[in-house]
Structure formats: structure tokens, C-alpha cells
Design a protein. Sequence first.
Length: 430
Amino acid sequence: MNNPSTAPTNSNYDVAVIGGGPGGAALSTFLSRNGHRCIVFEQARYPRYHIGESLVPHTYGIFERLGMLPQLRASDFPVKHSVRFVSPDGKASLPFYFTETIQGDGARTWQVERSRFDCLMLDHARASGVEVHEEASVEKVLFESGRAVGVQIASKNGVPAEVRAKVVVDASGHACVIGRQLNLRCSLPELRKATVWSYFRGGKRLPGIDAGETTMFLIPGGGWFWYIPLPDDVVSVGLVADPEYVFSQSDDMETAYRREVGRCAALSERLATAERFGPVRGSRHLAYVNRQTCGDGWVMIGDARAFLDPIYSSGLFLALGSAELAAQCIDEALKSGDVSAARLGRFEGPLMKGVESVRRLIHAFYDPQFSFMEFTKRFPEQRRALIDCLVGDVIKDMSAFTNALAQMTPPPPPLGSNLPKPSAPVAAGA
Ligand SMILES: Cc1cc2nc3c(=O)[nH]c(=O)nc-3n(C[C@H](O)[C@H](O)[C@H](O)COP(=O)(O)OP(=O)(O)OC[C@H]3O[C@@H](n4cnc5c(N)ncnc54)[C@H](O)[C@@H]3O)c2cc1C
């Protein structure tokens, strides 16, 4: 294992990655295995806290290709076989079991404690030959004639270090290092949601294979709670709703959280004998996107590209999926000696198909006129595609599905079409 405090062993790398979360760890693992010299800078010292604990089954193939399945199988992370919805009046749907569309071992996935899961992934990157530096914060990306050529790292003694690389990957999550530096990041006006969440010990678990399910408790007005069982009898419980609703009575997250958990009778019943611990965390504005997600010598992956909404637990899948697709493009670009935006950005097309299907389904979920039951009655041939979205199998052509959706809920404006104008000119050489 690298000593986090040691300086980079070289000043020149093939790929410099900002952020050692799941996206950065996966991308660097794939590239290192293909013989590219990769360095990852992670500002935190692991293990560190992170939200985003429920995986979708379609991550299975990515874990298999990464060689991570043995670690996951050996873990005590609860196994997730299904998802269930509980309506505002407390009626629980039948569980949706992933075996309905997936055969074999890949029909299950895991609920992960992120501090430990992210360590597993970063350790796996190290074991695959990646040079990882923790407590190393990237201050900015270095550009020459509009092309990214490396990164500047903050150092403890105040003297910044520069590391050069042929390709810079922004995997910094919602910190969006490149997005902020180039003024590309903006919030999505049509997906305004806030969230507050915390943890309980001793919340009720369902019997048998349902013990690891994600339960979604819907509340009147379009909000919802997640209920995600984690190791050590811990359950993660969080609310997502309009910011005006969550913070209607005060700006205080603790008060808002207590009030809303208390109001949701079916959820309170599960938590009747549980004890809350730790702080209430939250965010007022979840959704954002960058106007541009690659350039000459650089790409963004995972949450550094965009984050829409946690409703379908797609964040980790999109982080890992974009990491794998971007790694393939970077590999080809490095081998051809062409790291232009056009070459590096070839992964965008397939990825955006997946992002768009998920986005359309998010809009449908929050449309009070839309009903999934009605949709599957009217378009029975689309049930399979709907399930594909729920398990994360979305990086493919889903136009028949999105066309059917459009007949029951108006499609949102194309992604990026109504973004606020940048406040300052975008400086590619910034
Ligand atoms: C409320 C909520 C609930 C969610 N629930 C789910 C869920 O159930 N399932 C799911 O799949 N997803 C969920 N997500 C989304 C999920 O958390 C993210 O999609 C996922 O963590 C993205 O991974 P990443 O590797 O892109 O970024 P991250 O996991 O955020 O990793 C980025 C890393 O970059 C580091 N970093 C940042 N800035 C710098 C810098 N300047 N220099 C060096 N390092 C830096 C950070 O310390 C961090 O370790 C949820 C998100 C929210 C907000």
C-alpha cells in the first residue's frame, strides 16, 4: 500500500485521476491493467464517510470485469434481491425481485457501507498497480493552449506540487473540480429536490430474502423515504422531496428530519424500537450537470459529470459504467496518440442513452398524473424495459420505451437545453 504522505514517484503519468471514489478507483484499475501508468489523488484519508449505499444488479458485470466479486461475496454487506414501494396510505407493493428478468448470481446485489466499500475499491486499484495518494487535494487542472496537461496538488507545507499527465480524469464527485474551474457546472432547474438523512440501529428487517431489500416509503406530495439495511443492524433512512417542502418550517435539518420521519406512519412503525445515531445530513439542491463533459486531454466521469436524483439508485452504476466506458476510450486514445476531445468523448453517446432513460423515468416518477401501474397496463410490451431501468440495464437503445413514456407523461426539455447561462466566459485555458 502506498504511504499517503509520499510524493508522486514520477512527474509524468499517462493518466491523472482526481478523486479515489468508486468512479476514480474503477477507471484507474481498468487502465492500469491495460499497462497505462495511473496516479489517483484523493483529498480524504480513507476510510471516509459517503452517502449512496444501494447498488443496482447491473453493476454485477462491472464488478466481475474489475475482479471485485470475491471481496463483495466475502463481505457482510446485506444482499439485496428486491425493491418494494409503500404508498402514502401505508399499502406495500409486492417486492420486485430482480430474478424476474435476470438469471443466476447477477440477480442479486449489495447494500454497502460506503466507507468500507470505497476502501475495498481503492485497495483493489492499488493492487492493480495504480499509484494512489490520499490526503492529496487537487487544487486545479493545468492547461496549456486549451489542453489539459496535468494537475496542481495542495501540499501540507504549502508548496503546491505539479504532476503532468497525458489525460486528466475528473472523478471528484459533486466537488466537480473541472466543472467549477471552467465554470461548466449548473443546477438543473427542472429537477429541484432536497434531501435529509440519518441512521438508526435496530430498525425492523423483513424475513428471509426480503431482509436486504430497499423499501421506498412514498409520502403525500411526491416525496419519498429510502430504507436501506446495512451491516451491524444499521439502517440508512433518508427523505427526498421539494426543498420548499423539506424546509417549510425551518432551515434546521434535524427538526425537518424528525418531523418527517414522525409523519410517515409506515416508516415510523419499522423504526418503533430503533435508536437513531449520528448527525442528520442533507443537501438543498441535488441535481446538477456540466455543460461540457470532456475536452482536449480531459474527461469527467461519475458525479463529476452530473447527478440527477437518487430515486432509482443509479448513481454508483453510472459512476462505474462511465468509468468503464471512459477507460476504453482513454486506452484507445493513448494507444493512438490522439487525446483530443473528439477521441476521448466517444463514450458519451452510449452513456447518454442510459442517462436519458433514467432521467425520463425520474421525471415520470415525480409527475403526479403518471402511474407505473397504468403504464404497464397500457404498454405491457414495455414492462421488460421498465425493469431494465430499475436494475440499471440502460446503456443501450431504449427509444421505444421512452416514446411510450412520452405518451403518458410529457417529456422534459432535452438535457442541457434550458440551463442558465454561464456567469463568466468558459475559459478552456483557465
Ligand atoms: C442523498 C443521496 C443518496 C444517494 N443514494 C444512492 C444509492 O442508494 N445508490 C447509488 O448508486 N447512488 C446513490 N447516490 C449517488 C452516489 O452517492 C454517487 O453517484 C457516487 O458516490 C458517485 O461516485 P463517484 O466516484 O463519481 O464520486 P464520489 O463517490 O463522490 O467520489 C469522489 C471522491 O473525490 C474526492 N475529491 C473531491 N474533490 C477532490 C479534490 N479536489 N482532490 C482530490 N480528491 C477529491 C472525494 O473526497 C471523493 O472521495 C446518492 C446520492 C445522494 C446525494
